[in-house]
Design a protein around this ligand. Structure first.
Ligand code: CTP
Length: 224
């Protein structure tokens, strides 16, 4: 933590990357999230003076210099536990993780074998919504969510902002080599009563601008 910068003196918790939902000892359900955007935001938050806790799903990324603590998790349930503990007393929560929406209802501790009865049918159950759970807390940190949208970005984004009771939503444009898994991204920022489009840029560049906007909104809200 530094004594200078727009986030000086603030504890920022960031979740990042995918979650893997194990089916048996050798198989899992996963997604294409690289964690790059979340890690870039962690680096930008450190540069802005914050004390940063980074909760990472399975990613192949080095911890950005200056991150106070990194907690590695695998599944959505593990991520939820780590996040709920970390946000206790935190000032800002930024949910960049691509949390799996479902996990298998029953993990098989033995490798599922091929057999005469044909392909197995996986029963799935919904994972808890970590972002919505943090936003429902009282007291709660300033809460920033992400959304991956292909169409009607602003309209869907504003609905999500209201439904999940967020302080800010960053809507990712998905497709055309931007967003999930790529090195570039473009974001539509939405907050109650306002918004701003951040044009396509490399993730570290975009992360810097996003962190500056989060700091400004956080300070504006603290003054209100
Ligand atoms: N999120 C979460 N826990 C989940 C699912 C999502 O914390 N179980 C968070 C993500 O980290 C992200 C936001 O919620 O900040 C994404 O919201 P979601 O409703 O999953 O949006 P999309 O992925 O855009 O999916 P959909 O359009 O299907 O609602």
């Amino acid at each position: 933590m530094s004594h200078e910068g727009p986030l000086a003196g603030l504890h920022v918790v960031i979740d990042a990357g995918p979650t893997y939902e194990d089916i048996d000892p050798v198989r899992f359900l996963g997604n294409r999230s690289s964690g790059k955007m979340g890690f870039a935001i962690a680096a930008a938050a450190v540069a802005a003076g914050a004390e940063v806790t980074l909760i990472a799903g399975p990613v192949a990324l080095a911890t950005p210099a200056g991150v106070a603590r990194r907690i590695d998790v695998r599944s959505a349930l593990q991520m939820r536990d780590a996040v709920l503990q970390a946000v206790e007393g935190a000032d800002i929560f930024i949910a960049t993780a691509a949390v799996a929406d479902w996990r298998v209802a029953e993990y098989s501790s033995r490798k599922i074998k091929k057999g005469p009865s044909g392909a197995p049918v996986l029963e799935l159950v919904e994972n808890p919504d970590i972002l919505a759970e943090v936003a429902a807390r009282d007291p709660r940190p300033f809460v920033v969510g992400f959304a991956a949208e292909t169409d009607h970005v602003l309209e869907n984004g504003r609905k999500k902002l209201e439904r999940k009771k967020l302080d800010m939503l960053a809507a990712n444009h998905v497709g055309e080599n931007v967003g999930i898994g790529s090195d570039d991204n473009a974001l539509d920022l939405i907050w109650p009563g306002g918004g701003e489009s951040l044009p396509r840029a490399a993730k570290p560049e975009l992360a810097k601008t996003l962190v500056a906007r989060i700091a400004a909104r956080y300070r504006a809200q603290a003054r209100a």
